[in-house]
Design a protein around this ligand. Structure first.
Ligand code: DOR
Ligand code: ZN
Length: 438
């Protein structure tokens, strides 16, 4: 007898939505059929609901080691699972940053079996750790900060970028804001009162710093025919450049907060919306939605960057950049489906299929035979208000607090096991480190 049958759901495949049953045995999808007639140990009636691939959030900051008071793998993965995210890729800008093979091993030990969701790790590049990179295995990719952000990871030399690109074993994810440009603007605005204007952060880190970095890094990547992924694009200008370089090897992501908020939102949110790269103009948010529709934007990732509210509500200079988002990434996109901005098949590509493909994650991201049964059941008619008090992230707030969203995950399945159902955790932790194909 098989372990689990998801019955009569609208199954979201890469090429369309068809009604049927998904049959799961030993954690794997073993049959997809219009109607499964045998007995099963458990059957979940999905009538009227959608069966969707588990979301893979390719950009999160879980804060261990260093700041477990902001988030750890238990709380962060609970937030993930409750929001339909069955796997995530964790960034290396920890305290200390993950820049040696030994530190990565220590981080792996620290995570241990504390995650409800599957996960993988990025490794941080510096100007002198290329030798360490060459010793690594089973990582999601190399993270390059071209400009300073939270933490002190940065790559300043072209030579480093060239060495990483020519090595070519791992995907390279780039935080593309030019440090030289950021410093230019910082000195131009030195002495100005950051409280004088609500959009100060967006003015001192302008679009041209992102444009310069994207242009530069894509030229270098092209020279080496390297796989490069531009993290959190925010502007029309970046998208124009990416379109010119676009290939299987040149990919990019956008984050929900950059899709939803624009510089007029600072009036209400102030420094809570301080994030790198910054919130941009209304025209830029529209360009991002157009980039989603025309396929220039490959994935949506949350850039989940939890900081406590007392930290965020400090004066500009002390306020750390970053907003949480792993718990709301799927409902934000489902609400966008209900608002007619994007279709559900594309959302499955943006949140599951493409992240698995870009980062070479084995057997995940699609509802397909022999793929892992990391799945989420959606109620596209359910309306709920995002409420800080109800969130599971340790930082206990969301920039989307107070928003009514239509379309929510109701059941989350990891490795064939129902982990979360109808607002409750119903099974033990099952998160495993991803296997990355090399
Ligand atoms: O706003 C941000 N916060 N941007 C980053 O690049 C890092 C992140 C964090 O770790 O807080
Ligand atoms: Zn980030």
């Amino acid at each position: 007898m098989v372990d689990l049958v998801l019955k009569k759901g609208r199954i979201v495949f890469p090429d369309g939505i068809r009604e049927g049953d998904v049959v799961i045995e030993r954690g794997v999808i073993v049959e997809i059929t219009p109607e499964y007639k045998e007995e099963a140990k458990r059957v979940i009636d999905c009538t009227g609901k959608y069966i969707f691939p588990g979301v893979i959030d390719a950009h999160v900051h879980m804060r261990i080691p260093g700041s477990p008071y902001k988030e750890d793998f238990t709380t962060g993965s609970m937030a993930a699972i409750s929001g339909g995210v069955t796997g995530f890729l964790d960034m290396p800008n920890n305290i200390p940053p993950i820049i040696s093979k030994k530190m990565l091993a220590e981080k792996r030990d620290l995570v241990g079996d504390n995650s409800f969701a599957n996960y993988g790790f990025f490794f941080g590049a510096t100007d002198d750790n290329v030798d360490e990179i060459k010793r690594l295995s089973n990582i999601a990719g190399i993270k390059v900060y071209m400009g300073q952000s939270t933490g002190n990871l940065i790559v300043r030399k072209d030579e480093t970028l060239e060495n990483i690109f020519s090595y070519g074993k791992f995907p390279v994810v780039v935080h593309a804001e030019s440090q030289e440009c950021l410093e230019r603007f910082a000195s131009e605005y030195a002495g100005e009162d950051s409280r004088a204007r609500a959009d100060y952060h967006s003015v001192v880190r302008p679009p041209e710093c992102a444009r310069e970095a994207v242009k530069h890094v894509l030229h270098l990547a092209k020279k080496y025919n390297a796989s490069v992924h531009i993290a959190h694009v925010t502007t029309a200008e970046e998208l124009d450049i990416i379109r010119k370089f676009k290939s299987e090897k040149v990919t990019c992501e956008a984050a929900p907060h950059h899709l939803i908020f624009d510089t007029t939102s600072y009036e209400k949110f102030s420094n809570r919306l301080k994030v790198n790269p910054p919130i941009r103009s209304k025209e830029d948010t529209e360009a991002l939605w157009a980039g989603i529709t025309d396929g220039t934007i490959d994935i949506i990732a949350s850039d989940h960057a939890p900081h406590l509210l007392n930290e965020k509500d400090a004066p500009y200079e002390e306020c750390p950049a970053g907003v949480p988002g792993i718990e709301t990434i799927l409902p934000i996109m489902l609400d966008a489906v209900n608002r007619g901005l994007v279709d559900l098949e594309r959302v499955a590509k943006l949140l599951a299929e493409k992240p698995a493909k870009i980062f070479n994650i084995k057997n995940k991201g699609k509802i397909e035979l022999q793929y892992d049964a990391d799945l989420v059941i959606l109620d596209m008619d359910l309306e709920k208000i995002v409420t800080n008090d109800k969130l599971l992230t340790k930082c206990a707030w969301s920039p989307f607090n107070g928003m009514t969203l239509k379309g929510w995950p109701v059941t989350t399945i990891v490795g064939g096991e129902v982990i979360y159902d109808d607002g409750k955790f119903v099974s033990a932790k099952r998160g495993r480190e991803f296997n990355f194909e090399e």
